[in-house]
Design a protein around this ligand. Structure first.
Ligand code: ADP
Ligand code: MG
Length: 392
């Protein structure tokens, strides 16, 4: 079986559960965002790349089922559960809750798009850490979507898939996320980062061949307890939206770095000014990072990553002691740059390092954690992997 141990586990799970082999296997990766945080819902720029870790869906049609008894059954290795839902549950959002909502949401969104899904059986396995900010949710949605579209020959161009998966998460699951995660999981390419304009949804694959440059990205799962994440997210989002309104622009994306001082002069709340400054400077940093990568100057992006972290810490105020500690320790141990990645209040840190130095940087982070009495972090290096695809 191609696709490594995760694919083997998904296939074996399918065969064990349903007493026949799957019709096929499809994989979709988790992601890290190299730079561009909280810019997505401001119509701005992001630059994620796909992790080598992915979610694999083994799938097959439900034999003998007719359209009147539409039913979908899903087993997940991570939850250890098998769930089942029918036509009534995919007729309206939120009828299925818990992890099954990410799967039912995709079936719902496909139906809403005029693409009814025949009854099917699925088995899911994954090595994307759940709830760590590496987008296991989008990996699950994208893997299910790719599997169903391919299995049943549904007419849904790749460019339309991220929006559909996002609709599943926003409307069916009820999580107000931007378009980045699903775009990354569906559209990324190995050895590239995905430059995404969250307004036009135009994408460009930017060469990011860390391996060839002798570099690696060290990912540190901060293991920080999530604190009030959804309330804080909603608060940042509404601050940005009301600031844009105040400034008379459709979104903060429309304020450029050159306009920043004038824009700040028109806002009287110091907190809102800081939020705006983060978004505007972060968009500029994404564009500068893209220029450096296009020129093959990978290591020189380090200071931009570190500046992004400072902006999230001081202006957007979304970091926590664990991630600040990880960033400082990584920089002290020689990383070219380091930043928190993801929505904030925990989640992961990434550090751009010489591949040969990755272990030493990870050790330095662990030591700094131990000195402060934090729960030990999880550290691993990654190279940019492929987006969603069929395995077999
Ligand atoms: P993140 O996307 O950062 O990992 P989220 O909270 O957005 O965090 O999504 C995590 C949720 O996605 C899990 O709590 C679970 O409900 C669901 N999920 C993701 N992957 C799987 C999987 N392989 N099996 C079951 N549920 C999963
Ligand atoms: Mg998620």
């Amino acid at each position: 079986m191609t696709g490594g141990p995760v694919a083997s586990r998904a296939a074996a799970g399918f065969t064990r559960r349903y007493a026949q082999p799957p019709a096929g296997l499809w994989a979709a990766p988790g992601r890290v965002n190299l730079i561009g945080e909280h810019t997505d819902y401001n119509d701005g720029f992001v630059l994620p790349f796909a992790l080598p870790q992915s979610t694999v869906v083994a799938a097959g049609p439900l034999p003998g089922a007719d359209a009147g008894e539409a039913r979908w059954t899903v087993w997940s290795e991570q939850s250890g559960e098998q769930i089942s839902f029918g036509a009534a549950e995919v007729a309206e959002p939120r009828r299925v809750t818990g992890w099954g909502a990410y799967v039912a949401g995709v079936v719902w969104a496909l139906r809403e798009a005029g693409l009814p899904v025949p009854p099917a059986r699925l088995a899911v396995a994954s090595d994307v850490p759940l709830g760590a900010g590496l987008s296991s949710s989008a990996a699950l949605e994208s893997a299910v979507l790719t599997a169903l579209v391919d299995l049943f020959g549904l007419d849904l161009p790749v460019t339309d898939r991220p929006r559909l998966a996002q609709r599943a998460e926003n409307h069916y699951v009820g999580a107000p996320t931007g378009i980045m995660d699903q775009s990354a999981s569906v559209r990324c390419r190995a050895e590239h980062a995905l430059f995404l304009d969250c307004r036009s949804l135009e994408t460009e694959h930017i060469p990011f061949d860390l391996g060839a440059a002798g570099l690696a990205v060290l990912v540190v799962d901060s293991r920080a307890p999530h604190r009030h994440v959804s309330g804080e997210y909603a608060d940042r989002r509404s601050a940005c939206e009301s600031a844009a309104e105040r400034l008379g622009v459709p979104a903060l994306r429309d304020v450029t770095a050159d306009d920043l001082d004038a824009a700040l002069g028109r806002l009287d709340d110091p907190v809102v000014r800081r939020r705006v400054r983060h978004v505007v400077t972060e968009n500029a940093r994404v564009l500068e990072t893209v220029d450096l990568l296009r020129a093959g100057r990978l290591a020189e992006t380090g200071p931009l990553l570190t500046a992004s972290h400072a902006s999230m810490r001081d202006d957007f105020e979304i970091t926590v002691p664990e991630v600040d500690t990880a960033v400082e320790a990584a920089l002290h141990a020689g990383a070219y740059g380091a930043r928190m990645t993801g929505g904030g209040f925990g989640g992961c840190v990434l550090a751009l390092v010489e591949a040969a130095a990755a272990d030493a940087v990870g050790d330095a982070v662990r030591t700094a954690y131990a000195e402060r009495g934090f729960t030990a972090p999880e550290c691993f290096t990654v190279l940019p992997g492929p987006g969603a695809h069929r395995l077999s």
